[in-house]
Write a protein that binds this ligand. Structure first.
Ligand SMILES: [Ca+2]
Length: 345
């Protein structure tokens, strides 16, 4: 199978999303829109089959999510080659382009877990991630915050997220101060203990558009309260790996751990010793990144692996349409993949 790799950078897709939506609604003919939606749904179903396929590596037990698996070739986004068009009822004469992007969610920070006992487990790591992303010195003012116009520190952003998720209406206090107690009646948080989509973070004081754009690639919204919420060492980006213990894990350590897996040619790390052998990182680095009483939030295998999938279809001369969905792979069952949270834009 000959495949031409053309990268569709995911941030590019996201930055286009709102204008693409408006154009698609105003310019697109309704017949083409209906056809586009059908193709997009078919693409998501195809992605589910890809995610559920283990390729040459026959897997049993908890899922490992390495880009050397079949889904990995779509991880930076890829147009499907014309050989695939008949699968979707298309021919190359239709003047249409179809593309898929599949990324593993489990490497992201599970923001929805910052509630109850999750506050003790996750708050410091999230604050570290905010520092690594530069929120401690970007002087980014939130002009439209529910708590007034000001620059919120990383600690205050964590506090406001805790407030957003907890059921009470008091301000979080201590290391991570929130401002929920100051909110007027009409500005109150929903307080239902969950975050359903990434855009919802923009409701939280301190999470400005610029910060959200930087943070977006590093969060996992698919992990809601009843899920394990562990961060996969195999799927985490370097910034997330460092955030687990920035005093021990250097930028170089995190990058080499990430690069080995991201090459798409290597097997997943299976445990601390394996991580050290494959990357040459020190025992203290491997210990900091492996689950311990101090760090209970990482894992080498995932009982529940979820993927974010974006399908794109574009007719010549028309704006592209996208369908985004979460696909769950559960290698412990024979159910196959679950498709949830579809969003068309
Ligand atoms: Ca609250």
């Amino acid at each position: 199978m000959m495949i031409v790799f053309i990268a569709l950078i995911s941030t590019f897709i996201y930055s286009l999303s709102f204008s693409a939506f408006i154009e698609a609604e105003t310019v697109g003919s309704s017949e083409q829109n209906i056809k586009s939606e059908y193709i997009l749904k078919s693409l998501i179903n195809y992605a589910a089959a890809v995610v559920n396929s283990n390729g040459a590596q026959e897997q049993k037990g908890p899922a490992k999510i390495c880009p050397n698996q079949p889904w990995g070739i779509f991880r930076d986004g890829m147009p499907l080659p014309p050989d695939f068009y008949p699968l979707f009822g298309l021919s190359t004469e239709d003047g249409v382009e179809i593309a898929l992007e599949i990324t593993a969610n489990n490497g992201g920070f599970p923001v929805g877990k910052l509630t109850g006992s999750g506050v003790d487990k996750y708050a410091e790591t999230l604050k570290n991630l905010f520092d690594i992303l530069g929120f401690d010195e970007d002087k980014e003012q939130d002009f439209n915050s529910r708590c007034g116009s000001k620059v919120f520190s990383p600690e205050e952003m964590v506090g406001n997220l805790i407030d957003y998720l907890d059921k009470d209406e008091k301000s979080s206090s201590g290391t991570y101060p929130g401002c929920e107690g100051e909110l007027s009646e009409e500005k109150k948080f929903r307080n239902d203990g969950k975050i359903s989509n990434p855009e919802e973070l923009l409701n939280i004081p301190g999470f400005t558009w610029n910060r959200w754009n930087k943070l977006y690639p590093f969060v996992d919204i698919s992990n809601n309260a009843n899920q394990s919420g562990q961060i996969s060492i195999n799927a985490a980006k370097p910034e997330v790996l460092r955030a687990i213990d920035p005093n021990v894990v250097s930028e170089e350590d995190a990058q080499s751990i990430y690069d080995y897996i991201d090459s798409g040619e290597n097997e997943c790390y299976t445990n601390k010793m394996d991580l050290m052998e494959k990357t040459g990182v020190s025992d203290s680095v491997a210990t900091a990144l492996s689950t311990s009483p101090r760090n209970p939030i990482t894992t080498y295998t995932n009982g529940r692996a979820t993927f974010n999938v974006i399908a794109r279809v574009r007719y010549a001369g028309r704006a592209a349409k996208f369908l985004q969905a979460t696909i769950e792979k559960d290698s412990n069952s024979q159910k196959g993949s679950n498709i949830t949270n579809p969003v068309l834009y």
